[in-house]
Design a protein around this ligand. Sequence first.
Ligand code: SF4
Length: 290
Amino acid sequence: MPFTSNDSTASSSPSLDRGSLRPDCGNCFALCCTALGFSRSTDFAIDKPAGTPCQNLDSDFSCTIHDSLRPRGFRGCTVFDCFGAGQHVSQNLFQGISWRSDPGTAKNMFPAFKVVRQLHEMLWYLAEATNRTFDPDTSHQVNEFRKAIENAMSDTQQVLAIDLDDLHSRVRSVLMDVSEEVRSSYLATGDDHLDAALIPGADLMGKKMRSRSLCGADLRGAYFIAADLRGCDLSGADLLGADLRDARLEGADLSKALYLTQAQLNAAQGDARTLLPADLDRPRQWLNNG
Ligand code: SF4
């Protein structure tokens, strides 16, 4: 489906609250545990094909090993974030009728979940872009995208017909505009604290960067796997899609980082001193640290 950001049928009053983009597992038919597949690895103890229920899924859609996922080899489950797609598909698109009570719904429900997850992820970033830009034209553009996506998500067939590649590239463009605007505000004084290695997609795996100022850096898609970012200031740093698996974030300031997600935090290591944006949670596994 061609996707236009000035869709005339879009709602005129989109929600700015990212609360609806947080998972609500109690109102979801465990779509991440059924629709998605995973392979045996350090993140998952078993192979599970897409479209089949996990062997640990209970009849009430809860996980029978929820409290011991990591020690049981299911670290990947503790990192995943559906951005609230699960409850939207379960309750809004399929009106609370589960794939268990009506198996025929699975044919569309599972693919719809995969699409809505990507749409909700875009909404997550667009909501932040709305709050961070001071440019009225950019703000208008961001909000038109948000309204059009929200409108498209009211119907399963519309969801399944969306041209995600086209939408992704157009949303990405406006997110980058906002990123440039935000980052430039952190670099406006001729700041030269950023070294040449700090670029989008940079390979910073295992790099020791303790207590560095990374303010305003464009770190989109950078690989920080097991990097030491303890005590770093990441205010205004663009972290869109950055890989933070096992990155050390103890004492780091991420409170004003750009495009940070819960999944990124869940995959990293931090502690009670790590400063976070107000609408992200401190991962449970961090609570035993520091
Ligand atoms: S282990 Fe639990 S949380 Fe992970 S996929 Fe299976 S049922 Fe879902």
